[in-house]
Design a protein around this ligand. Structure first.
Ligand code: ATP
Ligand code: ZN
Ligand code: MG
Ligand code: MG
Length: 471
């Protein structure tokens, strides 16, 4: 990309989250991810251009030196920091403003630093040619896939009902969403196809900010915050139908909506379970010690007991789950260690650098974090390593998976007789080739830890109070 010849007409609004806004190139398979600031700060950017550059460089370093090594480099794209002409950024910001969803406009795009993160556009995989059938891409923000088993957990409910399911009650009570989602991450992370199918069905029914579908790079299915109804599932099925008619070779090209939905979910489950992602990396594999089902999930516990085969160890879900489980103490066990670090930094501010509190996330960072001793020797080094592990786990609890599906061509010689009997179990995965990536791997700041403790307490209290524990 030639930075001195940037033209805002080559870029269009793509998507945004809470922290950043993403624009995509109209021709090339690239996106720019720009920072966002609270709207009150719009006249007065909260950081200098150099600080913004540093922040984005930190994201790149953390992604490549920490998250990519834990999650597998086949899944992770760390991108690069770019400096853009300020005039281009200003024009771009004006151009896209009217396309932004109103509920995201409490923040404004950073037009002062001229810095951005340049990434491949993961909704349109590289092997895709514009002339072929547009790829379907599914984004899932899976959230926490395990129940804490730390001895520091003070409330029994936290070991029985997963964080996501409890958080849903809190979000509805606070008006963030109108309706509760029945998605449970423990079902998605179970590795059991039926449970995963069940989980994805509920993601589709109530996507909130956990589920989006793109076709040819364009978002065709997502939730609007605070809106009354669910997004239009019939419209989604209308988009999906042609992909599955061919893949399944149905007689007379007829397929019920339910069959389209089932096949779609099945292909997605296959992509999520497919083995990929480089070599094992330096992760010690740990199976969840707590129970692996959540009492709030509507998937029958009876069925759970029969066969949960677990996740293939190199699948994207397994890698994310293993990284999430670096949070072994739970926020309740971690918080005193955070306080030890904070106290130490007040007494010895210069140790901030030595303890790599705000990076740099260089090659040694992960090694230092991982070689921390298992036993608490009372040192600040032990506490800092645990805090870093927790922050890495937080990133893994907040990331998104992009699964891009491209219909494969060799489907013509299907045997009619066989395919008409096709059932969930024997759906042939070769109908699509998939490429899976993980995005949104920013480091979480140290001061998010006290917020996490307060939020944890509020969520549990709300769940117990609003009778979430009742059916
Ligand atoms: P969150 O609020 O989840 O923390 P965020 O502000 O950190 O989000 P991202 O999740 O990185 O921002 O990006 C916002 C959205 O932009 C994503 O949910 C995704 O839909 C889209 N997006 C981000 N990066 C890419 C990419 N490389 N290719 C395609 N789409 C992307
Ligand atoms: Zn749950
Ligand atoms: Mg995100
Ligand atoms: Mg994020």
């Amino acid at each position: 990309m030639e930075m001195d010849r940037m033209d805002e007409n080559d870029w269009k609004y793509h998507e945004e989250g809470n922290k950043s806004l993403v624009v995509c190139h109209v021709q090339h398979c690239r996106v720019l991810r720009l920072l966002k600031y609270p709207a009150e700060d719009s006249e007065n950017p909260p950081q200098t251009a150099e600080q913004a550059f540093r922040q984005i460089q930190n994201i790149v370093d953390f992604t490549s030196n920490v998250m990519s090594r834990l999650l597998g480099d086949k899944f992770v794209h760390s991108g690069e920091v770019v400096r853009l002409p300020l005039e281009f950024v200003r024009q771009l910001s004006i151009k896209i403003q009217h396309q932004r969803p109103a509920w995201r406009c409490d923040k404004v795009m950073d037009i002062y630093s001229g810095c951005a993160l340049c990434l491949p556009n993961l909704t349109t995989p590289t092997q895709y040619q514009p002339t072929a059938t547009p790829p379907i891409c599914i984004e899932i923000k899976p959230k926490w896939g395990f129940l804490p088993s730390s001895k520091h957990v003070s409330r029994d409910i936290k070991t029985r009902v997963c964080r996501y399911c409890m958080h849903q009650h809190y979000k509805v009570a606070n008006g963030k969403w109108k309706r509760r989602s029945l998605y449970c991450p423990l079902d998605l992370f179970s590795g059991n196809r039926q449970r995963m199918h069940f989980a994805i069905r509920h993601l589709i029914e109530e996507p909130q900010n956990n589920f989006k579908v793109f076709k040819g790079g364009q978002c065709i299915y997502s939730s609007k915050e605070g809106s009354e109804g669910s997004p239009d599932m019939n419209a989604l099925l209308h988009h999906l139908r042609p992909y599955f008619l061919r893949g399944n070779n149905r007689v007379n090209g007829h397929m019920t909506a339910k069959a389209v939905l089932n096949d779609f979910i099945q292909v997605l489950v296959n992509a999520l379970l497919s083995p990929a992602g480089g070599d094992g990396g330096p992760l010690t594999h740990r199976a969840p010690e707590g129970r692996s089902f959540c009492e709030a999930s509507l998937f029958s516990n009876e069925r759970v007991r029969h066969g949960s085969q677990g996740l293939p160890s190199s699948s994207v879900l397994s890698r994310i789950l293993q990284t999430q489980m670096l949070d072994a103490l739970d926020i309740e066990g971690l918080y005193p260690l955070y306080c030890r670090v904070e106290q130490h930094l007040q007494d010895f501010p210069k140790d901030r650098t030595r303890l790599q509190i705000d990076g740099p996330y260089d090659q040694n960072f992960l090694e230092n974090v991982q070689k921390s001793s298992m036993e608490d020797d009372g040192s600040v080094e032990y506490a800092a390593a645990k805090v870093h592990q927790y922050r890495i786990a937080m990133t893994a609890k907040d990331c998104s998976i992009m699964a891009a599906l491209v219909p494969s061509v060799k489907e013509e010689d299907d045997d009619e007789g066989l395919s008409s009997q096709k059932h969930l179990r024997d759906f042939r995965p070769q109908a699509f080739s998939s490429s899976v990536s993980i995005l949104d791997l920013d480091p979480k700041p140290l001061d998010s830890i006290p917020r996490q403790l307060r939020l944890d307490q509020k969520i549990v209290a709300c769940y117990l109070r609003t009778g979430g524990a009742l059916p």
